[in-house]
Design a protein around this ligand. Sequence first.
Ligand SMILES: Nc1ncnc2c1ncn2[C@@H]1O[C@H](COP(=O)(O)OP(=O)(O)OP(=O)(O)O)[C@@H](O)[C@H]1O
Length: 276
Amino acid sequence: MPLILISGLPCSGKTTLANKLKAKFEKQMRVEVINIEKLGLDRNKCHFDLKSEIQFRGSFKSTVNRALSGNTLVIADGINGIKGFRYELYCSARELGTTFCLLYCTTSPEIVREWNNTREEETKYSSGILDDLIQKFEQPNTENYWDRPLIPIDPNSELDLDQIEKIAVQGKKLRARQATKIHIKRKSNILFEQGKIAQDVLDQIFEVMKTAQSGETFNVICFYTQTKKKFMIKKKASLPKLLRVKKQFTKTIENLNISQPDEYFTLFVDYCQKNI
Ligand SMILES: Nc1ncnc2c1ncn2[C@@H]1O[C@H](COP(=O)(O)OP(=O)(O)OP(=O)(O)O)[C@@H](O)[C@H]1O
């Protein structure tokens, strides 16, 4: 059954949107909204650090997959700000040959901060986590085929539920393709590829450090294919220290199912920024 994926900054009106969709569609079919509340989790704990984020994404995805295999319209209501993760959810819909669409709540960072301030204390994002999530958010982009069809939603404008129904429910079904299966690479290939990506990132960081003076901050830009991450490192580190960071990262993510090279790259660069 259809998958409606919602994406947007934290506190951008996603659940409000999901509830409006549910109210409309449940007159016609079974509808399941999957979000932090449904999973019984705390939004600040889920995004506290890399490990908890990855665990949260794992349970979000498996709950979506379980619901999709039933006769249910699934509304996957989350920040879904990592493009590699949106790709994985798109693939779930594609493997089942169902309809799919991405609704993007376009609320700006300034407004989400305001809305967050008016929330009840227990549902508020702490300001550090809110800023971190805003900074990391990879905006949906129709150049990525898995971000299509994309419907931008401004929570302050009238919602065109009929347009969403036309695309998400009556629209074209995705076709399960061999490519989806090919993508499920053998673990050893994935580990080999991740090792290369990590080494590449370290080489790029080390290159900048070689020419910089101790005590100054470094601006580093790391590339992986077309993905670019710019960040700052506060102090110079030795090569053994960089290798230790890589080892710690590998330990942190071991047993977590990261198959997308893009996602691995983004997570590793974030980890380097925080731990060097
Ligand atoms: N159009 C709107 N105008 C003003 N406030 C709004 C609007 N939409 C949502 N809000 C407020 O923003 C807060 C967050 O709304 P909502 O739970 O829908 O966002 P969310 O993106 O699902 O949040 P989260 O990232 O925590 O899941 C709520 O307090 C809600 O009242």
